[in-house]
Design a protein around this ligand. Structure first.
Ligand SMILES: [Zn+2]
Length: 61
């Protein structure tokens, strides 16, 4: 069985890193301004303070 992890690992890792950096950026909740606004599931951003939820694409609210 060929090891696909070695062949495609770098490209995937680069894409993942770029997405990860975006996710790590602090975002303010559009409703209450709290910095606890974070992506909880794919496409769902949720505020930890007021519970405001927004569905966007995978990386941007
Ligand atoms: Zn909020």
């Amino acid at each position: 069985m060929p090891n696909l992890g070695i062949k495609y690992g770098l490209t995937v890792r680069r894409k993942y890193l770029a997405a990860w950096k975006k996710l790590k950026k602090k975002r303010a909740c559009p409703k209450c301004g709290s910095k606890t606004f974070a992506r909880s599931n794919n496409g769902i951003w949720e505020c930890g303070k007021c519970g405001y939820r927004v569905t966007g694409d995978a990386y941007e609210p």
